[in-house]
Design a binder for this molecule. Sequence first.
Ligand code: 5GP
Length: 196
Amino acid sequence: MEQQSGKRIVVLSGPSGSGKTTVVRCLVESAPVRLVKSVSATTRPPRPGEVDGDDYWFLTRDQFLQRLQGDAFIEHAEVFSSGFLYGTLWSELDRAWAQGGWAFLEIDVQGALRVVQQYPDAVTIFLRAPSAAEFERRLRSRGTESEEVIQRRLATAAQELQQADRYRYTVVNDRLENAVSEICEILKAEEKARNA
Ligand code: 5GP
């Protein structure tokens, strides 16, 4: 596979209960570099309040597979063995770069590793909850998922944690402000290295 460099990509992964969504929102608002959040495509149905083209591009399985055939994705994966497909569209990376920003991908571990294969310079960050118990508490407090889904997510999270050392950085989300400012420092340093 052709390797490419010089493009600004930051990939953030972490289990659903790691507080990732809030961290991502704060980063997009306050990061010291321009972050353009990539909107993934998925076959998962929208949760209440989720907006097409904002949270995800919500596609039918046929639409997703059609785009896959057309090479529209830099990576795609079936997440949580749920049968739902998720993928990062090349058009989302191009949109970020056209704005002179970092493409900001919030994707799972499988996806992150595939992105790094193609862009070894990608800045990869693994966000983890401070403890397994806290992680489970956060997952349950959302109250949106069935017990079966929660159990699957806990199992996936345990597996993902074992992959954390494949990321360039690991950030513990003990307090939101700390995690966000730690990631801001990483981005500042990475931006500086690229401008040197
Ligand atoms: P959720 O369904 O809770 O929004 O997301 C479930 C998981 O899918 C999260 O771990 C998230 O990181 C992952 N995910 C979201 N978009 C993508 C994507 O484009 N590619 C991959 N590989 N994973 C994704």
